[in-house]
Structure formats: C-alpha cells, structure tokens
Design a protein around this ligand. Structure first.
Ligand SMILES: *Cc1c(COP(=O)(O)O)cnc(C)c1O
Length: 403
C-alpha cells in the first residue's frame, strides 16, 4: 500500500466517516466514472459478486427465470443467478477469446424460447483473465432479442474493445476490487449503469431498500451491499496507480511471449483480434498434451488438503484425488513443480457446467472450455512480479520439461 491509500483512510477516520457511505465512496465513484470514459453511472459495492447480484435483480431476474451465462468462468458470475431463484443456462466459449461464443449463445436463446416459451432474462458474458468478449456481436444478438446484458468485467478492469472500456457496453457492467484483481480495495466491487435514476435504484437496493419515513419502512427486500468508506479510501489511492498496473500486466505478457517463443508445446494466450485489448490480469498458457513434464506419472496421487494457490477461506478436504473433469497430468505435475519452487500457478477456471452443484443446469457446449481447462495454466502476473521473476518462472518451466 502506498502513501495515497493511507492518506485517504486517515481522512476517513479524522472526519469520522467509518461507515458504508461518505466522501471516499463518492470520490472513488467519480474516479471510476472518469476512468470508464465518463458516460456511465457507477455504484461502489462491497464485492463484485454483489454487483452481479444487483445487476441481475435490476434486469428483473426472479424465481423461475433463466439467465444465459458463460460457462468458462469463476463461480461469482453464476451463483447470484441462483440467489434470485433463477436458473443459469451455461454457454460455451469460442476458441480465440476463450469467452462466450456468440453463435452458440444465439442457438441457446432460440432453444430456450422453444423449450420454455420464455426468453432468458439476461445474458452474462465474462472477460476471462481480462480478455475482452466479442461485445459487438453479443450486443447485436442481445438487442435483436431484447435481452439485457450484464457484462462481468470483474477480471477485465481497464480492458477495452474497439477502444472502449469493458463494462460500459451492456445495460450493466460488473467490476471487482477483490485482493487479487487489477486494483484492490481489500474487498469491493462496482456496478456500472447508464442512467442516474438507475444508479439511485441500485443504491436503494444496496442499502436495505428503505422508504422515506421517519422510521424504517420496507416495501421491498434490500441488501447491505454498499462499499465502506475505508475500503473506498484504498480504492481512491489505487486509482492513482491503475494505469501503471495495467501497463505492468501488459509488459509481463510481452515478456512471457518473448521467453516462451522457442518453447514447443507451450502457447501464451494473446489478443485474438485487433479490436481486443486485454489488461492481461492473469497471463495464461496452454500446455500441449504431448509435452512431458517431470513427475507427471505421480500427478494426482495425493488428495489436496488445503486451498490451492492463494485462494482464501475454508475448503472441504477432498475425499478423492480425481474428478471427472480435471487438468491433464502434465499440467498438474507442472503446478506441483512450480509450487515447490515458490511460484503460485493455478489451473484455469473449471467450467461451471462441469461443476457438481450445477449438474442439472441447461448447458450449450462445444467442448472448447473443457479442453482448455485440461491444458491451461495461470501464471503470476501482478504488480510485484519483476522481469527477473518472469525469467525465473519460465526457466523453471523449461527445466521441468522432459526432452
Ligand atoms: C472476482 C470475480 C467476480 C466477483 O468478484 P468479488 O469481488 O470477488 O465478489 C465475478 N466474476 C468473476 C469472473 C470474477 O473473477
């Protein structure tokens, strides 16, 4: 944390604004609005998950509805659908961006209308690892069917498509400032919307939906989702370095490309089209199944005892080392080698349609996310990863390959 963050937090204490509203919250929203091009309204919330939840709520999603969501994602894109009593309809990815396949998405819309007689209530594309989705095609299809889009740009803060910041295309845009994201407020998020009236509605839902009476009068169910003034102070400080952070992630991407150039069987995931401008939040590689890694014959011999990587919180101990959909042995062997070398690498997100909790959900699949999950890996990419770190990571990977 820099001096800026501490200064804003100190101000919050000095002025007695240690609550989920206040000058830092307003200032942070202004900073975000400017960063996103000045056209959108911004509501700062306590998490990106809360932003997905309120975006869907404001699209009118309710019990019995269906929502189309990219299957290749972190669970926070789809879980809020279930909070509202609605059902996710998972759609697979296209090969080049790894994000929702617009053609398959349209097929899913048509098929849901045929099968249920109702249109899906919303569409949630996800900027996986920061990579932009094909938002021009997604919006064209969504508009044709009159379905609102909630962009999950939690990982894509500062990524652009055709020069425009992600989160500003759809009816709503989701940002996250969790500890591991492009900028952090320790925990936090924001919902981008188009009109000041909608901002009011979102803020109302985020503060327990109170009616204007001298006492607490409730005519709708609300949530306690506003960002704290302390966290927003960190956010204001982070906004002074966000451009540097993004430039750094892009620099690390270029370095990985350069250092992996001559390594057969390993590919760095890059921008697929001239319109795409990823923030490279996490740099990812794919590892050819034919590439042999030291120790791969022992992969998955032990069950995992704790959270893999830096993932926080409590996990259930696994009872078996295998599931019916997991990264290849060479990928797991490489993860173990990197872990032993003090390098935190992780598999890609496991597609939601392969998650037991969603086993009954409708899914429109083409095999892309599942096959990427088997061969993919996320590499360290954050602001503290130096050029020497990247060289060490790539050298460690090269040394792990059996020639
Ligand atoms: C991190 C993340 C979120 C939610 O963010 P939190 O702030 O952690 O609640 C939503 N969607 C995706 C794809 C994410 O990676």
């Amino acid at each position: 944390m820099s001096g800026k963050e501490q200064q804003y937090i100190q101000e919050a204490f000095d002025t007695n604004w240690v609550v989920p509203l206040g000058p830092n919250v307003n200032g942070f929203e202004e900073d975000l609005k400017t960063f996103c091009g000045g056209e959108n309204e911004v509501v700062a919330l306590c998490s990106g998950t809360a932003a997905v939840h309120l975006g869907l709520l404001a699209c009118g999603v309710g019990p019995g509805d269906e929502v189309i969501v990219q299957t290749f994602t972190f669970c926070a894109s789809s879980h809020p659908i279930t909070y509202l009593g609605a059902k996710p309809v998972f759609v697979d990815s296209e090969k080049d961006s790894w994000n929702i396949d617009p053609d398959l998405m349209e097929e899913a819309i048509k098929d849901r209308i045929t099968k249920t007689g109702k249109k899906p209530k919303a569409i949630v594309p996800v900027a996986l690892y920061g990579m932009p989705y094909k938002i021009d095609r997604i919006m064209e299809i969504a508009d044709r069917y009159g379905i609102p889009v909630v962009e999950d740009a939690a990982e894509g803060f500062g990524s652009r498509y055709c020069g425009k910041v992600l989160g500003t295309f759809g009816k709503f845009g989701v940002l996250s400032f969790n500890g591991n994201k492009m900028i952090t407020t320790s925990g936090g998020g924001a919902l981008l919307c188009k009109e000041p009236e909608m901002k009011q509605t979102i803020m109302w839902y985020a503060t327990q939906a109170r009616e204007a009476y001298p006492y607490y009068q409730h005519e709708a169910i609300g949530y306690n989702y506003r960002l704290s003034n302390i966290c927003a102070g960190i956010g204001r400080g982070q906004m002074t370095v966000v451009d540097d952070h993004i430039a750094h992630h892009k620099h690390v991407y270029k370095l990985y490309c350069q250092l992996f150039k001559d390594v057969d069987g390993i590919e760095v995931h890059g921008n697929p089209t001239p319109e795409s401008d990823s923030n490279f939040w996490l740099n990812t590689i794919t590892i050819d199944p034919s590439l042999h890694i030291k120790g791969e014959e022992n992969a998955y011999h032990d069950t995992v005892k704790g959270a893999v990587g830096g993932a926080a919180g409590v996990v259930h101990a696994s009872s078996t080392p295998h599931t019916d959909c997991e990264p290849n042995n060479n990928v797991e062997a490489l993860r173990v080698i990197l872990d032993a070398a003090g390098i935190e690498a992780r598999p890609l997100w496991k597609p939601m349609h392969k998650q037991p909790v969603y086993k009954d959900a409708a899914a429109y699949v083409n095999g892309v996310s599942e096959s990427l999950f088997k061969v993919g890996m996320c590499l360290p990419s954050g602001p503290y990863v130096s050029d020497d770190d990247v060289k060490y990571i790539v050298e460690t990977i090269k040394d792990s390959i059996i020639r």
